[in-house]
Design a protein around this ligand. Structure first.
Ligand code: FAD
Ligand code: NAP
Ligand code: SF4
Length: 671
């Protein structure tokens, strides 16, 4: 039966030998469980949860077809039958929930983070310290056979198909580009020869697995590097892949070494989908679009306007395994939306840790952190409805406790109400919407505009103090002058900011305040592509013009820190470079290694390298970190109450929403 709200999303996709129940693909994500002890059991639960949630087709994290192709020395590979047996745990669990799953085959090529990496030519990538070994012609042919072996083993393990990773700058794309492929044999030279490698891989896989097995090829449609493919080359390859036997063509955007944001939160939703639409007009096989898609309405309209036959979302399934179920039952407003922050997923993976999700700390911990109903309901007061308090309240109520949430402001959300105002962080509105709906559905009593005091908390069985932080006021002479403001005053729009601005403190909030002063919220796709020099019409090689065009901001900003070293060093592993590049393009001056001597009416006096320096400023904004707000703790403990402290109230240093929300869950599990 046709779904009334999302008819295209819930239309089955007939692939001839099999049918997918809807048009949503869960894109490939490495979780870190692939290499963990007992990881396959946990991965089986992780994927089973997403299959139970109704996803049409799941793609696993990338698995190497041989040792050389591994991303890191101990990364997962599928090269023999005993490894295939471990994968069977995953496929069985998914099939038990009537899901379908394909294994992604990923050969890292010169992106390998170990000394045994191979590539078409001996050319080091800018993002790996290791120079790859060039493959001999025999080595190329052996690698092709390893892709085929991997696909055969995947079939044996019960997978419904494979996805060949042919984008993001990994081995296959390295063969395609003349800059990384200097070979003189049949696999190098002109484009016909350079594309021989992926075509031979697909042919070899098809020959090995037969006709009734899904082969997705993730094709790079926009390399975002100047030495990437031209549109003519991409279409030539797409048609040849179709001929070679692929079932579906997925969209890849950007080599990892590209200096264009492709999935981070400042990328407008669906920014790159138009290139998939361009491809759809060329090929007959179904195409899948991707990147910054995170809402069912958006999926529906991409399918309705024939941008693609399927839509891939990866991180949104970390954020909410029940995305599809909620859309199906017309409860989209209850979806826990991925805010594309990368903080708990990619940033963790890139530091060799396990992926989870900032807005869903149960992701990847399905077996360790289940919400077991309580035997005895307790009365619980939670003070503070910031991320920590909202999370503790929601999970406690879901376990069966009676929860009252106190918030002194007139809205829930705490500092998220400031974060949402930063251009490029508009997705925080979604988290606030999610918590508002879920707290209501879970029966949490919310007392807004109510500053909780000790006496009213004494009758509760447990009190959770989630009162957050207060901004630090550094002891700089002149800090009380009227043109010195806290970031709170600026972001709440309480003060006018002059043309010349000094920001004291260059942590996450210092960078955000500078962005707030330079940029408009809700940038369109066109504004984004103009800024970063992306050519969606694909008239230029790699879809990149080589010219960035950032508007001249209306403020002249100097961002300062006392530490030596680069500003913004501790920003997100995968997003810090974007914040630093943006401020550089906006002409924000960045000064490190200073001591603040005093502030006067004209500006800030500092000492740098033993020399006095003066930075003129009409406005000075203090972003010098925070201190915990804990005034309730001591009196409650003195009264013998059971007190739990979480989030900023527990520790202001190195606080972020990932920690705050995770501590809310852990606290709820302990109550
Ligand atoms: P808070 O968010 O401070 O919430 C505490 C709440 O308690 C407040 O709502 C306060 O009103 C209430 N309260 C205090 N005392 C009482 C009382 N006695 N009675 C009732 N209520 C009380 N983090 C990230 O991870 N990623 C980001 O991209 C990011 N961007 C940010 C951008 C900005 C501009 C700002 C300001 C912060 C950003 N953060 C970000 C930080 C993140 O918002 C905080 O780490 C998080 O909000 C801390 O959560 P919390 O619940 O501990 O505290
Ligand atoms: P922060 O990251 O700790 O940065 C505080 C800044 O103030 C630093 O530059 C520090 O550098 C400076 N500072 C500290 N004490 C000072 C003093 N006494 N006098 C002058 N300067 C001082 O804190 P934040 O920027 O307030 O951010 C708070 C939290 O929110 C962070 O931990 C962050 O994780 C989170 N957040 C995250 C993001 C994100 O994008 N992930 C964005 C915003 C906020 P020096 O000591 O070198 O001067
Ligand atoms: Fe999305 Fe952030 Fe969660 Fe990653 S951590 S899945 S980007 S919300």
């Amino acid at each position: 039966m046709t779904h009334s709200t999302y008819p295209h999303l819930f239309a089955p996709l007939d692939l001839g030998f099999t049918t997918l129940k809807n048009r949503v693909l869960m894109g490939s994500m490495h979780t870190g469980l692939e290499e963990a002890k007992g990881g396959f059991e946990r991965l089986a639960s992780f994927y089973a949860e997403r299959a139970r949630g109704g996803c049409g087709l799941i793609v696993t994290g990338g698995i190497a077809p041989n040792r050389a192709g591994r991303l890191s020395p101990f990364a997962s590979k599928l090269t023999n039958e005993s490894e295939a047996k471990e994968h069977a745990l995953i496929t069985q669990a998914v099939h038990e929930h009537e899901g379908k799953i394909v294994l992604q085959i990923l050969h890292a090529g010169r992106y390998a983070y170990h000394p045994f990496g191979v590539a078409p030519s001996r050319i080091k990538s800018p993002i790996s310290p290791f120079k790859p070994w060039p493959l001999t012609t025999c080595g190329v042919k052996r690698t092709i056979s390893h892709f085929a072996r991997c696909a055969r083993l995947a079939k044996q393990a019960g997978y419904d198909g494979v996805e060949v990773m042919g984008s993001e700058g990994y081995l296959i794309t390295q063969f395609l580009s003349a800059k990384t492929n200097k070979r003189r044999d049949d696999f190098g030279g002109d484009y016909r020869n350079r594309m021989r490698f992926p075509i031979e891989i697909v042919k070899a896989i098809r020959a090995e697995v037969g006709e009734d097995f899904i082969i997705i090829f993730r094709l790079s449609l926009l390399d975002c590097v100047p030495f990437g493919s031209s549109w003519e080359e991409i279409t030539e390859l797409a048609l040849a892949l179709q001929e070679a036997g692929v079932t579906l063509l997925n969209t890849g955007i950007g080599w990892h070494e590209a200096r264009v944001p492709t999935i981070a939160t400042m990328v407008p939703r669906g920014a790159f989908t138009s290139v998939t639409k361009k491809l759809k007009q060329v090929v007959k096989v179904p195409v899948i679009t991707s990147n910054r898609i995170n809402a069912p309405d958006q999926v529906e309209s991409l399918l309705a306007d024939e941008t693609a036959d399927m839509v891939s979302m990866a991180r949104p399934f970390l954020a909410d395994p029940d995305f599809i179920t909620k859309a199906k039952s017309d409860e989209s407003e209850r979806i826990n939306t991925c805010i594309a922050c990368n903080q708990a997923c990619l940033d963790e993976i890139f530091q060799g840790r396990q992926a989870t999700c900032l807005v869903n700390p149960q992701a990847g911990y399905e077996t360790q952190k289940p919400l077991i109903p309580v035997k005895e309901s307790k009365d619980i007061a939670i003070v503070g409805a910031g991320p920590a308090g909202m999370s503790a309240a929601l999970y406690s109520a879901k376990r069966g406790h009676h929860v009252t949430l106190y918030e002194s402001a007139n809205e829930i959300g705490g500092q998220f109400n400031l974060a949402k105002q930063i251009p490029g962080k508009e997705e925080f509105y979604e988290t606030l919407r999610y918590f508002a709906n879920e707290l209501n559905a879970a029966g949490v009593k919310i007392k807004l505009g109510h500053r909780a005091v000790v006496n009213e908390l004494l009758d509760y069985d447990h009190i959770v103090v989630a009162t957050g932080i207060t901004p630090r006021q550094p002891a700089i002479p002149g800090i009380d002058l009227p043109h010195v403001h806290s970031y709170l005053e600026v972001l709440q729009g309480k003060v006018a900011v002059g043309k010349q601005v000094v920001i004291i403190g260059a942590g996450g909030i210092g960078f955000d305040v500078a962005t707030y002063l330079c940029e408009q919220s809700n940038q369109s796709i066109e504004e984004f592509t103009t800024k970063w020099g992306v050519d969606l019409s694909m008239q230029t090689r790699g879809g990149i013009t080589g010219e960035t065009t950032f508007a001249v901001p209306s403020h002249e900003i100097t961002l300062c820190q006392r530490k030596a070293g680069k500003l913004g060093k501790n920003l997100g592993k995968t997003t810090g470079w974007i914040h630093r590049a943006e401020l550089k393009h906006y002409g924000v001056k960045q000064v490190n290694n200073i001591q603040y001597d005093k502030i006067d009416e004209q500006g800030v006096h500092v000492t740098r390298d033993g020399k006095a320096m003066f930075i003129p400023a009409e406005s000075i904004i203090i972003c010098a970190g925070q201190q915990s707000l804990t005034e309730l703790v001591r009196p409650l403990e003195n009264a013998g109450k059971s007190v739990h402290i979480i989030g900023g109230a527990k520790l202001a240093a190195e606080l972020d929403a990932k920690r705050a929300i995770a501590e809310g869950l852990d606290c709820a599990l302990a109550l």
